[in-house]
Design a protein around this ligand. Structure first.
Ligand SMILES: [Zn+2]
Length: 678
């Protein structure tokens, strides 16, 4: 707060006019007279006394003196005075004021301290690039990324706050996203209703954008289904139409049914306890008396028995066994080993041996259909089911793949046949099984050659994954490619590609233009892998390969990719103008893209990666329009006009070159109009 109310000043040439106008009477130069502080010129350097308002707030009276001009300057945004110590408090107030009045810019210190600014920048980034994966690979993403981290936030958290669907904007789920099984389960349930069945591991990976390790973490596909209590079939209904808890129970039931052994289900062996047995038989003892005999089909034990399920199951088993002993109740134990990994014929034999001492049985082979249940598959139907996991009707899917995708189907094959190959042979099918040492560089390179001739490029992992259901050779390599990494004996796909191109170079195989461009970037050392530039040694390698191509070829391939982009962009602009009457802003673009499939080429993303910005492309486009004597919509004429005047809009400040170009376009356009009017 200003303390000084009046002060004495001397008449001089500069202040004479001003103070006479304010009603003072002039005496002589250098004469002193008193004036109101408020009447001083805003440039006056006189010292005034003020109290610090911030000290005042905490009950301290601090007086400091300041030059009048500085006093005024400091109060420009926030009308509070401060001593030296409290300056930082004022700084905060000023920032808040500027932020509130929308005058804080990215270049200002303190801009990023506001979360809303960080959110806004990330929102813009996502709208342009459509992703928050590998942000530091983008020109404007790198600094934003480190800014966000500086404030102990992650792009992932912020984009959730912005309401983005993580599945759409991240290639891979952030670490820990699915640590909570319920979240994972929830997402899987959505997929179940989407597909009307349990999704395959590939569908899970693609839809939830997760790494396969998550599925493994939750016990693989088989474990996952169990964990989710997913009951996808009526397999467990026995021939008496009773729903069994497990296949073990089902087999036991069908065995007893087939052998005409009467039984009761779910009886209580112990009066005061709530436990139930799986079967209760009535057998005739040697003395002719009837005796109740319970049957316990002990459930599947988890491999390591460490899971919650296994532990609690074993506890129940212990309690039940103790009760049988204590109450002197007779029972038959059927162990999981009777069933686990056994062929149906073996299971039948084991069951026969178990029941034979109690029942007067003769061994009879039970037909497979009856043993499983009347609803189960014939071998032919089983083959049809298995082939659903293959992209080619002549080949069975990889055994490993089938085992992951549908464990019980795979088990079913092994229960009926000696092995997977025998199953294939019975129906004249082939197997894709490649033994461990199958893949070598030569075989991989053969497939690369196939890619070059069929797709004119080396496909990346995503492309391979998309194509693998349509191209058997691609399917073949997809497994090895997806498991390749830099530490492998082959090196990663990047190393393989370079080496392959080197082979092409040696064997005079022509490398397509798009791949030459890839090599050029490596030779110039501008290619990034993750967040690092590729090493010097690779850029030298690329240079060597490129030696065979003359400058024109190289220039061609660069121009090609630039002009190809230009054509794509111009086509897209044409479409926007004919459908929407103007070139869409990024926000509009993302909005309309949802319903307009013609907008699917993400030109904004591609522009960001190119050497030019959107406004340059717009100007180039309008240049073409006037050259072709095409009409430009009014809204765009206005835009051109603003650019030609150098007016900024939406954070775009036209460069002198842009101004000039816009002016030329408008002139030409007017010229065209006048000509056509004549
Ligand atoms: Zn203070």
């Amino acid at each position: 707060m200003l303390i000084t109310k009046e002060m004495s000043v001397k008449w001089n040439k500069n202040n004479k006019k001003r103070f006479i106008e304010l009603g003072h009477t002039f005496t002589n130069y250098d004469d002193k007279f008193m004036v109101n502080v408020e009447d001083l010129s805003i440039h006056a350097p006189y010292l005034v006394e003020v109290t610090c308002d911030y000290c005042q707030d905490i009950g301290i009276h601090t007086v400091v003196s300041k030059q009048w001009c500085n006093y005024l300057k400091e109060r420009r945004n926030v009308q509070k005075d401060t001593c030296n110590i409290c300056k930082y408090k004022k700084y905060k107030d000023v920032l808040a004021f500027k932020q509130k009045s929308n005058i804080l810019t990215k270049e200002d210190k303190g801009y990023w301290t506001f979360k809303e600014n960080r959110l806004k920048a990330l929102d813009e980034f996502i709208k342009i690039n459509g992703t928050i994966s590998k942000m530091d690979n983008y020109q404007d993403g790198c600094s934003l990324y480190s800014t966000i981290l500086k404030f102990k936030e992650t792009p992932y958290e912020l984009s959730l706050e912005l309401g983005y669907n993580i599945n759409e904007i991240m290639d891979i789920k952030p670490n820990g996203y699915y640590n909570d099984f319920n979240i994972f389960k929830n997402d899987i349930e959505k997929l179940i209703s989407k597909y009307g069945r349990f999704p395959t591991s590939i569908e899970i990976k693609q839809n939830l954008t997760i790494d396969y390790k998550y599925i493994q973490k939750f016990g693989g596909m088989y474990g996952l289904k169990r964990k989710m209590n997913y009951d996808g079939s009526n397999d467990l209904i026995d021939n008496n139409n009773f729903y069994n808890n497990s296949t073990y129970e089902l087999f036991s039931a069908n065995f007893l049914i087939f052998n005409n052994v009467p039984y009761l289900r779910e009886r209580k062996p112990f009066k005061d306890e709530n436990y139930r047995s799986d079967f209760m038989l009535s057998i005739i003892k040697e003395n002719g008396e009837l005796q109740e005999l319970h049957v316990e089909v002990w459930g599947y034990e988890d491999h390591n028995n460490k899971s919650m399920f296994g532990e609690s199951y074993m506890k129940v088993r212990e309690i039940k066994e103790a009760l049988y002993k204590k109450n002197h109740v007779d029972y038959i134990s059927i162990e999981p080993s009777v069933f686990l990994h056994k062929k149906y014929s073996q299971i039948q034999e084991s069951l026969y041996n178990i029941f034979k001492p109690y029942l007067n049985l003769e061994f009879k082979h039970i037909e497979q259909e009856k043993f499983l249940s009347f609803k189960s598959l014939s071998d032919e139907e089983l083959m049809i089911e298995v082939l659903k996991y293959s992209n080619n009707n002549e080949y069975l899917p990889y055994a490993l793949y089938l085992r992951t995708e549908n464990h019980s189907l795979y088990q079913e094959v092994l229960k009926r046949f000696k092995n997977y190959t025998e199953f294939a042979e019975k129906f004249g099918k082939l197997t894709l099984v490649k033994s461990n040492g199958y893949w070598d560089k030569e075989k991989i390179f053969n497939i690369f050659e196939h890619m070059l001739s069929k797709y004119n490029k080396i496909l990346n992992r995503n492309e391979i994954n998309k194509l693998k259901y349509t191209d058997i050779l691609i399917d073949d390599i997809s497994h090895i490619i997806s498991s390749l990494n830099r530490k492998d004996k082959y090196g990663g796909i990047f190393e393989l590609k370079i080496e392959f191109f080197y082979n092409c170079h040696q064997n005079n195989i022509v490398i397509p233009k798009s791949e030459i461009k890839w090599l050029i970037n490596i030779s110039k050392n501008v290619t990034r892998r993750g967040n690092k530039l590729v090493s010097y040694e690779y850029s030298e390698f690329a240079k060597l390969i490129l030696e065979k191509y003359n400058d024109n070829d190289i220039k061609d391939s660069i121009i090609d990719s630039e002009s190809e982009l230009e054509i794509t962009i111009f086509n897209s602009f044409n479409h926007m103008i004919s459908k929407y009457g103007h070139i869409l802003s990024i926000n509009e673009y993302h909005e309309f893209k949802k319903t307009d499939s013609d907008l699917n080429v993400n030109i904004y993303k591609r522009i960001t990666r190119s050497s030019r910005d959107i406004n340059t492309y717009k100007l180039m486009y309008f240049q073409h329009c006037v050259d072709d004597n095409k009409l430009i919509p009014n809204q765009e004429i206005e835009w051109l006009f603003e650019v030609s005047c150098g007016r900024s809009r939406n954070q775009y400040k036209p460069t002198p070159e842009h101004q000039l170009l816009a002016k030329q376009i408008l002139d030409k356009y007017n010229n065209n109009l006048q000509l056509s009017a004549k």
